[in-house]
Design a protein around this ligand. Structure first.
Ligand code: ZN
Length: 196
């Protein structure tokens, strides 16, 4: 990262205003199992919309947040929360059993191997992708992706140096928003960065 870009990040990190999505009267879904529970319940009892329930407690940068209300009779609203400390998490299987899965990797294994990475780099990739995503999210540097009944997805661009040539590569990663500023990695490689 160039110094000027770093300065922009530092400034943004301390000036971002955050909002929290509130669905009154329900507990935020903290895990993927809880999100699934909301989806299943909404199918049985259509009183609440699963999408709204699964947005409950999720935080976004004020200038880059999903539209509210979501639908007719939506009771959700945003609460101003000032600044927060975000967290980006991912499970190691997204690397060991997804990117570097032997057969069902959809070309991702070959791609990462062409850049000089192997499954032995899974731990490095996990830490580095989490680290960069956390900084980018904290600065509001993310793209709102698809929203479905499980909640709001966001995309974040990650930069790595090829292990063989040292040349920089940039690609998109996909995350699901969870309450109180946590994002969890869904897609470790969602295509080349088209913004570059
Ligand atoms: Zn709603």
């Amino acid at each position: 990262m160039e110094l000027s870009q770093a300065n922009v990040y530092v400034k943004k990190m301390f000036s971002c205003e955050w909002v929290k999505w509130i669905h009154p009267g329900s507990a935020p879904a903290e895990t993927s199992a809880a999100k699934r529970g909301n989806v299943d319940n909404a199918l049985l009892n259509s009183r609440h919309c699963a999408s709204c329930l699964n947005m409950n407690g999720c935080c976004f940068e004020k200038g880059n947040c999903p539209e509210n209300p979501l639908h007719e009779h939506c009771h959700c609203h945003y609460e101003d929360i000032g600044t927060i400390t975000v967290r980006a998490t991912s499970v190691i299987e997204k690397y060991t059993k997804y990117i570097f899965e032997n057969e069902k990797n959809k070309g991702k294994k070959a791609l990462f191997e062409a850049w000089g990475f192997s499954s032995l780099d899974s731990d490095f990739l996990k830490k580095e992708i989490e680290r960069q995503a956390q900084i980018a999210f904290q600065c509001g540097d993310y793209i709102l992706g698809k929203r479905n009944e499980y909640g709001q997805r966001i995309s974040i661009v990650i930069h790595l140096k090829r292990k063989d040539t040292g040349e920089e590569i940039a690609f998109v990663t996909g995350w699901m928003s969870y309450p109180d500023g946590r994002i969890e990695l869904n897609t470790p490689y969602g295509g080349k960065n088209e913004r570059a």
